[in-house]
Design a protein around this ligand. Structure first.
Ligand code: ADP
Ligand code: MG
Length: 249
């Protein structure tokens, strides 16, 4: 693995001390969890594919002026990122009903939403990431009103970008989850996208067949989880030979 100092080990990734102050190495594990880590598995090669997909997307976001923590990909499983202070929110953006919104509001999965809907959850595993309103976020000082404005605007830009990116390769972007952090640069603070954007954090359905190409394959025991992620990478044209794995079709 690595000789670097471990800063944090999460469910799907490990953060190591980076080569320079203010940087971290994000290591993508094969570990996969769902339902607050009550369901677990190791999916061989998943980390490699997610590192590629997330790196590709973050790099493109940087290029279109959506700031992210991403600096560069180091190797098959590691990327160099800027260390940020994570804002304790999971920001969900939905285009089509699926998962918890379908349950909560009784909307059949697959129903297009009247417009893109952004939801905030408090990032706290012990509390099962409960949904919260802006009222809670500002009252408890998780983020300022200005930061919420920035998060909203950036989330919608990410949605537009991802919707087009995946749409172009025959994939429907149903929803996704992103995290934000505070990047301190001297006496300036910027809100940037952190963590990852991958089939672990998006719902992606094949445009023609509605076949799921995301973590719901794991949650719902549909099988071929890594194969589906590899298929997403293949369609995006970013599959490195060494990632291995057969194409799904
Ligand atoms: P978790 O089990 O907490 O979701 P992950 O396995 O997703 O953890 O590992 C990534 C962790 O690191 C997350 O908690 C995420 O908020 C945090 N993180 C992601 N990017 C950064 C960054 N650039 N700086 C600091 N922390 C980060
Ligand atoms: Mg995580």
């Amino acid at each position: 693995m690595s000789r670097r100092k471990k800063i944090y080990e999460g469910k799907a990734k490990i953060l190591f001390e980076g080569p320079e102050p203010g940087t971290l190495i994000q290591y993508f594990k094969d570990d996969t969890t769902a339902f607050d880590a009550t369901k677990k598995a190791i999916l061989e090669g998943k980390g490699v594919v997610n590192n590629q997909i997330s790196g590709f997307i973050m790099q493109n976001l940087n290029a279109i002026g959506v700031p992210t923590h991403y600096i560069k990909t180091m190797n098959m499983r590691e990327q160099l990122v800027r260390e940020v202070e994570i804002i304790p929110l999971e920001v969900i953006c939905r285009n089509v009903a699926a998962g918890s919104i379908s349950k909560r509001l009784g909307i059949e999965e697959g129903t297009p939403l009247p417009r893109s809907i952004v939801e905030f959850c408090y990032k706290n595993d012990a509390l099962h990431d409960p949904m919260v309103a802006e009222e809670h976020i500002t009252a408890f000082n998780w983020a300022s009103t200005q930061e919420i404005d920035d998060i909203m605007a950036l989330t919608l830009r990410v949605n537009d970008y991802l919707f087009g990116l995946f749409g172009g390769v025959g994939i429907k972007l149903i929803d996704f989850k992103i995290e934000f952090g505070r990047l301190y640069e001297g006496d300036m603070v910027r809100t940037v996208i952190a963590d990852e954007i991958s089939p672990d954090s998006c719902r992606l359905w094949d445009m023609q067949t509605n076949e799921k190409l995301d973590k719901d394959r794991f949650r719902r025991d549909l099988g071929n989880v890594t194969e589906a992620y590899v298929e997403v990478a293949r369609r995006l044209g970013i599959l490195k030979q060494a990632a291995g794995g057969e194409s799904m079709h």
